[in-house]
Design a protein around this ligand. Structure first.
Ligand code: GTP
Ligand code: MG
Length: 253
């Protein structure tokens, strides 16, 4: 068979979807570690591990840079990357976006975390600024809930309870009950580092610095951009205001 004929036959059998993100709509790509409960139990400190978190921040930076994102938010084993509304990389093809995002996340995490790991990825679409603000408040709410549950569960396990006993002890307990339980074991929720409680935001900010202008032969102020890793994100309405400024491109150091 001629090469050109074979080429055509095989190309025709390549099977892919043509779903694309919508124009004039915000997109978020979210990656999530696959089976990380098992992976972290064998390799990382419980309930939270700084080395694990640093690997997640390295992945967030790589995703922001490679996908030209505006904002990355990471908590637990997931990262949400907000893409600009006019974003059209890969022609907006969802299949390409999710495969590139999960491939990149897997390789960067494996490199920085030191254990082979892989991620799944999905795309979320936000028709309005308000829906994007709600999205990130939703993920932050998840972070707060998971942080409290993780701390309670592992505090009980470390105190000698079995998997079943710890799970049963937390079943149906209120936020206040869980906070009290932690306090009884000497853990104050409010004193935990921000990255464990409410996740971390990473975004580009502008800042001013002095530079020498050779034409004017004097020091001048110049505006530069850098990635900022914010471990103490605001909560609630204040977080919403921060996100709205970010969407409007008005975040400065
Ligand atoms: N030890 C440890 N575990 C962590 C840390 N951050 C996240 N995890 C764990 O990562 C897991 C994330 O949960 P999920 O994404 O719901 O569960 P999963 O096992 O990854 O399952 P799939 O995502 O469905 O594949 C939880 O078990 C968390 O406790 C950490 O810093 N240290
Ligand atoms: Mg996971």
């Amino acid at each position: 068979m001629k090469h050109a004929t074979l080429e055509k036959r095989m190309r025709d059998l390549e099977y892919f979807g043509d779903t694309r993100v919508l124009t004039e709509t915000w997109s978020v790509v979210r990656v999530d570690g696959r089976s990380f409960s098992r992976l972290t139990e064998a390799n990382f400190e419980k309930p939270f591990d700084a080395r694990f978190h640093e690997a997640m921040v390295a992945v967030s930076r790589a995703l922001l840079q490679e996908l030209s994102g505006i904002y990355a938010y990471t908590e637990s084993d997931e990262i949400s990357v907000l893409l600009p509304r006019e974003w059209r990389m890969f022609g907006g093809r969802v299949e390409k976006i999710v495969s590139v995002a999960s491939g990149l996340a897997s390789s960067v995490f494996t490199h920085h975390g030191g254990v082979p790991a892989h991620f799944d990825a999905r795309v979320w679409l936000g028709p309005t600024d308000t829906s994007v603000v709600d999205y990130f408040r939703w993920r932050q709410g998840d972070a707060l809930r998971c942080s409290l549950n993780g701390w309670c569960y592992w505090t009980l396990r470390k105190a000698g309870q079995t998997k079943r006993e710890a799970t049963a002890a937390l079943e149906g307990r209120s936020f206040e009950d869980k906070r009290t339980l932690l306090a009884e074991h000497g853990v104050t929720l409010a004193d935990l580092p921000g990255w464990q409680r409410q996740g971390v935001g990473i975004y580009e900010e502008t800042y001013k610095k002095t530079g020498f202008n050779p034409r004017l032969q004097r020091e001048v102020w110049v505006v530069r951009r850098r990635l900022r890793v914010e471990p103490e994100l605001p909560l609630g309405e204040e977080y919403a205001r921060f996100l709205r400024r970010l969407l409007a491109g008005k975040v400065q150091s």
